[in-house]
Design a protein around this ligand. Structure first.
Ligand SMILES: Nc1ncnc2c1ncn2[C@@H]1O[C@H](COP(=O)(O)OP(=O)(O)OP(=O)(O)O)[C@@H](O)[C@H]1O
Ligand SMILES: O=C(O)c1ccc[n+]([C@@H]2O[C@H](COP(=O)([O-])O)[C@@H](O)[C@H]2O)c1
Length: 196
């Protein structure tokens, strides 16, 4: 094991919440708790991104974002990590491929808010991501309908699990995904940066 990487055992169910976390807020905590419960996860790792490949402006320094994110959390099952910086990956497809090599047997689930599903088809190799890990989508106010109609949702329509089966998501063979509707939070990093 390389230094500075989080600990995991084979068969653990680990949710990966990638984000800029610039800054982390209550919305991130709310969807993490919902994901943990609904998908029966053992851990959630917050992957604090060195920089979203689709965002033109770089975020605040990594150390600052990590320190703030850790202050938001009380649940020891949630781990804040700069693993993408350590691995030298920025694109999600590369991060997931690296994690699967480093942690054989771990059952990773990719987590995202429904606003990210709307633009998921613009991510590099998004079909490979969907074919590699189960995806848990958490509703975000204002984006549920666009998410349901999104190009990626349409393309993956047959792989969508009913909510009643969300608890089995981590054990399913990808492509597989589920959209969870509750609870919802209106928080956003953009609003916090704007002082709202
Ligand atoms: N309130 C929320 N409800 C549901 N999902 C959320 C919420 N806030 C953030 N997320 C999800 O968390 C992940 C990381 O989000 P991110 O760090 O970009 O925060 P953000 O509030 O969306 O930031 P920004 O406003 O700068 O875009 C993304 O998958 C995003 O969809
Ligand atoms: O790999 C990509 O092409 C890609 C494009 C856009 C976003 N992502 C990832 O999506 C996650 C959410 O990003 P953000 O900036 O909306 O918090 C974060 O882990 C990004 O690295 C990944």
């Amino acid at each position: 094991m390389r230094t500075g990487l989080p600990f995991a055992l084979p068969d653990m169910r680990i949710g990966l919440l990638g984000g800029s976390f610039d800054p982390a807020h209550e919305g991130h905590v709310t969807i993490t708790e919902a994901a943990m419960r609904q998908f029966r996860l053992d851990r959630v790792w917050w992957l604090v991104s060195p920089g979203n490949p689709l965002k033109a402006h770089g975020p605040a320094p990594m150390a600052q974002r990590i320190a703030h994110a850790r202050r938001m959390l009380t649940d020891p099952r949630v781990v804040v990590t700069d693993i993408e910086q350590r691995l030298g990956t920025r694109k999600t497809a590369d991060t997931i491929a690296a994690l699967r090599r480093i942690y054989p047997g771990v059952r990773f689930v990719w987590l995202m808010g429904s606003d990210n599903l709307v633009q998921f088809h613009r991510w590099d190799r998004w079909r490979d991501i969907a074919a590699t890990v189960p995806i848990g989508v958490l509703a975000r106010p204002g984006s549920q309908t666009p998410a349901r109609r999104s190009k990626a949702a349409q393309a993956m329509a047959r792989a969508r699990l009913p909510l009643a089966e969300a608890g089995t998501l981590a054990l399913r063979q990808p492509p597989t995904w589920v959209l969870v509707n509750l609870p919802m939070s209106r928080q956003s990093s953009t609003a916090l940066r704007a002082g709202r």
